[in-house]
Structures are given as C-alpha cells and as structure tokens.
Ligand binder design. Structure first.
Ligand SMILES: [Zn+2]
Ligand SMILES: [Zn+2]
Ligand SMILES: [Zn+2]
Ligand SMILES: [Zn+2]
Length: 648
C-alpha cells in the first residue's frame, strides 16, 4: 500500500521529521534577511581583511574596527540585496524510490554518461549534487555560471526509501510552480537520469519562455549602462589594440575550482574532530520514536532546535539545519567574511564549496563564487575579475599589466575601462572622463560638429528627465526605453517597458500615441561647454576615428601599399591610436589644467597635423612616405611615454 504524502501530512502519528510540509513553511524567504541597512544599488565590492569572527545577525551587519572611521562602516558590508531579489527557483519535493536500483548504481550511471557533473557531498553518501547546466544550455555558454543544480538527499518516509529532490536554478518559473507541481512532474521518473532529464527540460523551457527586461527599467538604476547607450564607442574597429590589454575569460568553472580546492577536505583522518556519538546507528534515515524510547537523544539544530533530520547538516562540533545555515551564510557573505568557513564533515576529496547549492539559491552562490574567487586572485597576483559589458562573460583583469586602463574582451573583442565600464579614456581618470564626455555630448553629437544652440529638456511619461540636442534625430528615454525624435517628438519605435503596479514585474508595452507622451518639454539654451581650440581638434579626431567610410577608405589604401612599403600595415592600428590619443590627450589637458599637462598640448597638435598629412597622401604616397610614417610612430610613442609619466 502506498501512502500519499498528503495523507501522511494529515496523520498525527507520523513523526514530524518526515512529513513533507508545503514549501512555504520552510522555504528560504531570503527577503526576510534584507535589513533596512542594505542599500538598493548594485553590489559593491570593498576589499578588506577578512573578519575573524562571524557577525551575529542580530547585531546588524555593519562592522567597524577601532582603527576605522565610523563613516566607513557601511562600506565594509557587501550589498547583496539585489542578489537576494534576483529571479530564482529553490523548490523541493519528495520521491518514493523504493522500486529503483540502489542510488549508488544510479549515480555511477549518471557519472558514466558524462553529461552532468555529479558529486557526493558527505562521507555517508546521503547527499548528492548534480550540475545539469549543460543539459539546459546545450553547449551554448561553456563559460557561464551554473544555471541548474539538482541536489538529491536520501530520506526514509514510512519505512520506504525516498529521495528529497531540490531544484536550484537562477531561472524563475515562467508559469505557476509549486512543490506539488514538481512532485507531479517527477512522479513517474523511474531513475535518477529521468529526474535529471525532466528537470533540465523544465528549466530550459522556462529559459525559452522568459523575456529579459532591459536594465533601463530597473527601478534601482536611473540610467542604462554606457555600453547599452553607445555600443559603437566600444567596438574594436574604432579602438586601438596598442592601448588595450587583453582580458582572458574567467570561466565560472575555473572560479569554482579555485574555491573548491580552498575548501577541500585535506586533513589527515586522525586530525579531524571526533564525531559526536548519538547512540543511534540509523539516525541518518530513521528517527527514534520518542514514546517507545524517550532516553535517546534526538538530533537537532544547534541554533533553532529544529529536529527535521533531512534538514540537518553535520558540522565538526554540532548539527545545523538548512535554514540556519542559509541565514549564517547570507550574514557571512554580507560581512565579506570570505571564503566561507563552515566546518562541514566531509569525506575524502570532498569540498565544502560543493555543499552550498544544497543550502543557498543559485544567484547567491554564483555571486559568492565571483567575489570569493576575485578575493583569492587578488591575493595571488593583484588581479581582479570583471564583467565584459557586452558579452557579460567574466574576465580576469590584471591591473599590473594594464598600463592604459583599457581591457579588450578575449571573447567578444570590445574595449572598455574596467574601472568605470565606459569606453577607453586613457589618460583621463574615470571621473575626469565623465565630466568631459558629459560636456562633449551636450554640445555635439557624433558626426555633427556644428555647435548646438538649444537643448530640449524632456520629462518622459515614465518620469525620467533627459536633455537632448533639439536637432537630434533620435533619442532613447533612459527610464522606459521609448525611442523618439527630439525634433518633433515623433515616436520611432512603439514598444517600451513599464512596471506592473501590482507585482513590480517588468512588462513590455506598446505606445499608442504617435508622439512621445511627455509630461514636460522645455527649450533651454545650450551653455558653452568646451573651448573652441580644444573642441575643434578633438572633434576632427573623433569624427575621423568613428567614420566608417573614412576608415574603410584608409584601410583599402593600406592594403594596396603593403607590397611596396614594408610595415605599412601597422598604420591601421596607429591610425586608431593617434586619433584616440589626440582626442583623449587634449581632453585630459583641458579638464586637468595641470602645468605639466599643458606642455603636452603643442605636441598633441603636432601629432594630429602629422597624421592628417599621412591621411591626405595615403591614396598616392609621395616620395619619402616611409620616413613620415616612421616619424609619426616615434612621436606617438614619445607622447604616450609622457602621458604615462604624468599619469603615474
Ligand atoms: Zn536551525
Ligand atoms: Zn566580451
Ligand atoms: Zn574609467
Ligand atoms: Zn520614459
């Protein structure tokens, strides 16, 4: 006779430890851990020495050492509120596996199949994790973080062997989902492989069905990223490879293996803590019956006294339940107490890192993996892990070799400043560049070098306010993504993003009005931004660099010359380098107004003149052409040297 779980739920005779309750009772409501202290910006990483003792969660998350200023307190906390709010699925169900082969055999089959990454999580082999991301993605994203972890745990329910199956994914269900639905889906699975196949297909469907909202409608961000707004400026076609340092992709797998090794059980068996003897030889699966034998001590969580066996994890000196461990881990990550040090009892070759998917949702695990691997790498070579603004791959950024503060993504090729994620701007600091480009873009638009007389200050229906050139032909609202023409406010695209008032979810909407539904439009006089002697030369360099036709023309001419002049092909990258350095170098001189920088102004102007001569004769080189391009190469490296020195 098979007893359904719901029947047992109603029965008062069943030991509480084995009753499967609706997930709301014990699922992780991470939102509960969000304290008012957490701010709503994206995660900030602040490097500090690791905190010796774990901060109790009641005491708040702010730590301040005596040596530190009070005001620096909040900076020591990693803001993970966004991570905790990220879409995810973390749902359990229980499966009767009394008719299956032994779990060990099932696991061996899965391992032999080699499509998923399978690991036992404890010495007793009661817990198992299966990374099924590859099944969900195909081979499309070999470098990405895990998107589906399945954790499987043995449990005994009414004397029958059961499996507790956890679906842990950073993809949210695209429709209704609950533990009952999960149980229904897995009801007829005849072995572990089928469970894995069903769950990866389910998550793949969610992934297909989900529509990702652009970041512009994130209520916590006032604007799109620079890359989203100005993709062209990041392209390798317009950026010098001489000025960039290639950033190799840092695969999630590589980061995980760094952390796995750090948390590996490598103690000699005799050095381990003595195991606590509970005098119950079958405590992993069977609970003692209190009524028959009241003297036997029940296993319980050392923090909350929870006695659900299947929720307990064995540590060196105590047992802790999943909920308490999760809370503890959240506190530790927030306090940047990394790498996490939780003394799980491990088998040989097992790593505490691999137990985490059984306890915390994937978005938090992936976030932890990133910051902990970053910290670990920083200790090794001072490097850093950054995210490519375009393809979003994680990349290793080595600041020691990055003399121009510019990275180029090894995977997609774009160039960017890893500090501010804007386009390359050496020799300007990030803040100097922000000032400069703000002034520049108010005054000019790319390829339009006439001065702007008037700006339109427009407040969109979504509440976002922007200032645009009144003669611009296209603008996009930074709040909702409506695309319109600033000259006459005509809508250029119908779709935009909005938030559902009830759920807060991002929804795609269609604009019915033919003109931008602006709350307010005013014409304002464009203030004079940049001195003409600077803007003229910068504008010319900028226009040449970003003109696709001029670039193509030039490169064609270079190809024709390559059999006549040795090394002439170098001019393709020198062109991009000279034009970038003239523009950004003059901007630097203008913004910084330093004495030693001012001395560079005539040199930069000379470099530009030299370049224009090359550009003019490239179609029909005059005699001594090689002397001139060798001269410009020399002059360029001299200017670069000086800029590096001032910058150092
Ligand atoms: Zn507990
Ligand atoms: Zn990339
Ligand atoms: Zn920057
Ligand atoms: Zn808007």
């Amino acid at each position: 006779m098979s007893t359904s779980i719901d029947d047992m739920h109603q029965s008062v005779h069943i030991d509480d430890a084995y009753i499967y309750k609706p997930s709301r009772d014990f699922r992780f409501c991470l939102g509960d851990y969000i304290t008012p202290e957490s701010c709503t910006i994206k995660p900030v990483f602040v490097r500090r020495s690791s905190i010796e003792s774990v901060q109790p969660s009641e005491a708040g998350v702010i730590t301040s050492d005596e040596t530190e200023d009070e005001s620096s307190g909040p900076l020591n906390v990693v803001d993970i509120s966004q991570v905790l709010r990220a879409p995810h699925t973390f749902e359990w169900t229980l499966l009767d596996i009394s008719t299956w082969d032994t779990l060990e055999d099932e696991v061996d089959e899965l391992k032999a199949d080699n499509k998923v990454y399978v690991q036992w999580l404890d010495a007793e082999r009661t817990r198992l994790s299966i990374d099924a991301s590859r099944l969900v993605l195909g081979e499309k994203q070999p470098h990405g973080a895990s998107i589906l972890m399945i954790v499987v745990e043995r449990a005994i329910l009414s004397k029958k062997e059961h499996l507790k199956v956890l679906l842990n994914s950073d993809i949210a269900p695209s429709g209704p989902f609950s533990y009952q639905i999960l149980r229904g889906l897995l009801k007829h699975a005849a072995n572990l492989q089928e469970v894995v196949a069903i769950l990866s297909k389910l998550v793949a469907e969610w992934k297909e069905g989900g529509v990702a909202a652009p970041e512009c409608i994130d209520v916590h961000r006032s604007q799109k990223s620079r890359f989203e707004l100005k993709r062209d400026f990041f392209q390798p076609a317009f950026n010098s490879s001489m000025l960039a340092t290639s950033a190799p992709v840092m695969s999630a797998e590589k980061m995980a293996s760094i952390l796995r090794d750090e948390a590996m059980s490598n103690e000699e068996p005799e050095e381990r803590f003595e195991r606590i003897d509970f005098e119950t030889d079958d405590f992993d699966f069977e609970d003692a019956d209190d009524e028959k034998d009241p003297v036997i001590e029940k296993l319980k969580c050392a923090t909350c006294d929870c006695t659900k066996n299947s929720e307990l994890f064995e540590l060196d000196d105590s047992w802790q339940c999943r909920d308490c461990l999760c809370k503890h881990i959240v506190d530790q990550i927030r306090a940047k107490c990394i790498p996490l040090e939780i003394p799980f009892v491990l088998g040989d070759g097992q790593s505490a890192y691999d137990i985490l998917p059984a306890i915390i949702p994937l978005p938090l695990l992936n976030f932890y993996t990133k910051i902990a691997a970053t910290e670990s790498l920083a200790n090794v070579d001072g490097g850093d892990i950054g995210e490519c603004p375009s393809c979003k791959q994680l990349v290793h950024i080595d600041h020691n070799t990055n003399e121009f503060n510019t990275s180029s993504c090894y995977s997609c090729g774009i160039h960017w400043c890893p500090k501010c994620e804007r386009e390359p701007h050496f020799p300007m600091t990030c803040s100097a560049f922000a000032t400069w480009i703000g002034k520049w873009e108010k005054e000019y638009e790319l390829h339009v070098l006439e001065k702007t007389e008037y700006l339109k200050r427009i407040q969109c229906a979504c509440g976002y306010t922007m200032e645009v050139r009144d003669q611009a032909s296209r603008a996009e609202c930074g709040g909702c993504g409506r695309v319109f023409c600033p000259q006459n406010l005509a809508m250029l695209e119908v779709a935009y993003w909005s938030r559902d008032e009830m759920t807060g979810a991002a929804v795609r909407k269609l604009e019915t009005s033919a003109v931008l539904p602006a709350r307010c439009v005013e014409s304002i006089v464009a203030s004079k931004q940049i001195k003409k002697e600077f803007s003229d030369v910068c504008g010319e360099a900028r226009q040449l660099r970003f003109s696709t036709s001029k670039k193509t023309e030039f490169e064609k001419a270079v190809r024709k010359l390559k059999s006549t002049y040795a090394g002439v092909e170098k001019l393709r990258d020198i062109r991009k380098t000279v034009l970038t350095i003239v523009e950004n170098g003059l901007a630097y001189v203008y913004i910084e107004k330093k004495q030693e920088a001012l001395a560079l102004k005539p040199q930069l102007s000379k470099l530009m003149k030299q370049w224009l001569a090359i550009e003019a004769e490239i179609q029909h080189p005059r005699c001594d052409f090689p002397t001139r391009y060798e001269a410009i190469e020399k002059n360029l490296s001299k200017v670069l040297e000086q800029l590096k020195q001032i910058n150092a």
